[in-house]
Design a protein around this ligand. Structure first.
Ligand SMILES: [Zn+2]
Length: 208
């Protein structure tokens, strides 16, 4: 290259740095947008999908488009396992900017049960994300997910009730330590499990 060109470029080195920073910022825009959208989006949508009737505590399933209550249900709901809550819905973790479920940490193979009666529609393992997990269809467009399991005791198509033991707590997939990631989807979209579980705490795991 002509030494004059090199000299000219060198004299613009400060400006070039700004151009480079601006270029990187533009490249990052879609990433930032997706993070913002998933955070704000899920929050807004989930509030629209499900609620609790303040007078009779029934669970209200809402039309995702109009936000009108389409059904009120009164299922038997129990905590899906024992332990302490380590992460609430919507909180930030190293794996998700917006936590899509509630984490309950007990001991390895502490029994996991359905939070509501239903039918198993998935029982298997992926080697990332949820790891070994079970998905139960609870009817009324509600599905519950039980993730990071160490053991799975049910099969696809099996009918289960709140007293069935469906699996054991583990740390398969993206998990830092033994816990159950419990998620409730309504119309396929994660909603705050607290709408179903209430403000309380799960039973504590037995000591030993
Ligand atoms: Zn989780």
């Amino acid at each position: 290259m002509n030494p004059k060109v090199i000299l000219t470029l060198w004299s613009f080195r400060k400006e070039l740095k700004f151009v480079l920073i601006a270029f990187i910022a533009v490249l990052m825009l879609p990433v930032v947008a997706v993070i913002l959208l998933t955070q704000v989006g899920i929050n807004v949508i989930s509030n629209k999908l499900v609620d609790q009737n303040p007078t009779n505590q029934a669970i209200q399933i809402k039309d995702p488009v109009t936000g009108k209550v389409v059904k009120e249900i009164n299922p038997t709901i129990v905590w899906p396992t024992k332990g302490v809550i380590t992460l609430e819905f919507g909180e930030m973790s190293i794996y998700q900017p917006f936590h899509t479920g509630i984490d309950i940490a007990g001991k390895l193979d502490d029994p996991v049960n359905p939070a509501m009666d239903g039918t198993v529609i998935y029982a298997g393992e992926i080697f990332w994300g949820f790891g070994k997990h079970i998905i139960i269809d609870n009817g009324n467009n509600i599905q519950t997910i039980y993730a990071h399991l160490d053991k799975i005791y049910v099969y696809k198509g099996q009918k289960v009730t709140t007293d069935s033991v469906i699996g054991g707590q583990g740390e398969t997939g993206w998990a830092t330590g033994v816990h159950l990631h419990f998620q409730v989807n309504v119309y396929g979209i994660p909603v705050n499990p607290r709408v179903f579980l209430g403000d309380g705490s799960p039973p504590l795991t037995a000591l030993n």
